[in-house]
Each structure stands twice: as C-alpha cells, then as structure tokens.
Design a protein. Structure first.
Length: 223
C-alpha cells in the first residue's frame, strides 16, 4: 500500500455534492413521471377506454416514466464514480490524521460496495472510520448523520430494483397504478438519502479542510 499523503478534498467534495443534488432532482422528476402513470392508470382502471387501445396520454406517461428511469440511472452512475473518488481521497487523508483509526484496509473503500454481503456494512464502517479520524481533536464524534444516511441508502438500493421489476411485470391498469405508487415511494426515499449523502460529503469535507488548516498533522515515515 502506498504512503498516505494529504490532499485537499474541497474540489472533489463540491463536485460530489453537486451530483448528489442532481440525483435528488432526477428522483423528483421520476416522482412526477410516476404520478402521471398513476393518474392515467387510474382513469383506465375506472373503466374509461375498456376494450380499446390505451389513450395517447397513457402511452406518453409510460414513455416519460421510462425516460426518467434512464436519466436516473445515468446520473446515479456518474455520481457513484465521483463519490467513490472523493471517498478514497478523504480516506487517505484520514490515514494521515490518524493512521491507527481504520478497521478496514484501503482496498475496501471501493470493494466494500460490490462484494456481496460485505456491502451491507463495510462501506458504513469505512465512512465511520474516516469520520472519526477527521473530526476535531478531543471532540467525541456523533454518528447520527452517517447512520441515518446508511439506513436510507440500504432501503433505497434494496427496494428500488424491486419496484422497477414490479412496474416491468405489470399488465393491467391496477397493476401499473400500484407499481407507480410504490415507485414514487421508493424515489422519495432515494431523494432523502441523496440529500443526506450530500450533507455528509459537505460536513466531512469541511472537517478535513479545518484539520488541514489547523496543522500540523502526522506524516507517516517511509518503511
């Protein structure tokens, strides 16, 4: 493993925060698109147009919902890359602040998100270690923000794909209506999770900037 070197995280933190806000915006657009599907499916379920081809409005609502899903996916992927680069940067910085404060090897900063089972708790542990190592000296760290973000992240990533499958398998108007309603609920959870993640990025970035400015910091010896 390479020697930890201190590098300011401000630029990456701002970019990650902006992308997290953009994720929340795309989720909000998806909620709006889901409402259109919910409304049009309700019209069909009430009996309008039975035995006929679905109305152009219903077709447009379905296309809009699909487009919103694609936009969500693209934005989420870009945000995930930048977030992981930022997280790796603040993890390395935290090793300079406190070399003995990390229970997981540096490789888990990335691997922890993709290894089955480990991805349920390793990323949280990595973030908590960075959080504790970056806080003001002599101040007991509070973990409420990290824990709440992680709980909503698990709910969002667990429920979101299930809701997408539910919508894809829908056939009747009531099924589409139910799937759209549950999809809106999942997107609402993701909005809150993204906002909390943005707040976490800002707080942790600011904590490290303050530690850097306060100096001096411990620099591990080579070898």
């Amino acid at each position: 493993m390479s020697v930890a070197r201190l590098r300011p995280p401000r630029t990456l933190g701002r970019l990650a925060c902006a992308l997290l806000v953009l994720v929340a915006v795309t989720d909000l657009l998806a909620v709006g698109a889901g409402y259109h599907v919910y409304r049009e499916a309700g019209v069909l379920a009430a009996g309008t147009g039975i035995g006929a081809t679905p109305s152009p409005r219903a077709a447009r609502a379905d296309h809009l919902y699909a487009a919103a899903g694609v936009l969500q996916t693209v934005t989420w992927l870009v945000c995930a890359v930048v977030f992981l680069v930022w997280l790796y940067r603040v993890r390395v910085n935290a090793e300079v602040f406190r070399p003995d404060g990390h229970s997981k090897a540096r490789a888990w900063v990335i691997a922890g998100w993709v290894v089955p089972l480990a991805n349920f708790w390793f990323p949280r542990r990595v973030v908590l270690d960075v959080w504790d190592s970056s806080g003001p000296l002599g101040t007991p760290p509070r973990h409420a923000l990290v824990n709440l973000w992680w709980a909503l992240w698990l709910v969002s990533t667990g429920v979101g794909p299930l809701m997408a499958d539910l919508y894809d398998s829908a056939v009747t108007a009531p099924e589409f209506r139910n799937a759209a309603l549950q999809g809106m609920a999942a997107d609402a959870v993701d909005i809150v999770a993204a906002v909390l993640a943005a707040r976490l990025v800002l707080r942790l970035t600011r904590m490290q900037q303050e530690r850097i400015l306060a100096g001096p910091v411990f620099v591990p010896a080579l070898g």
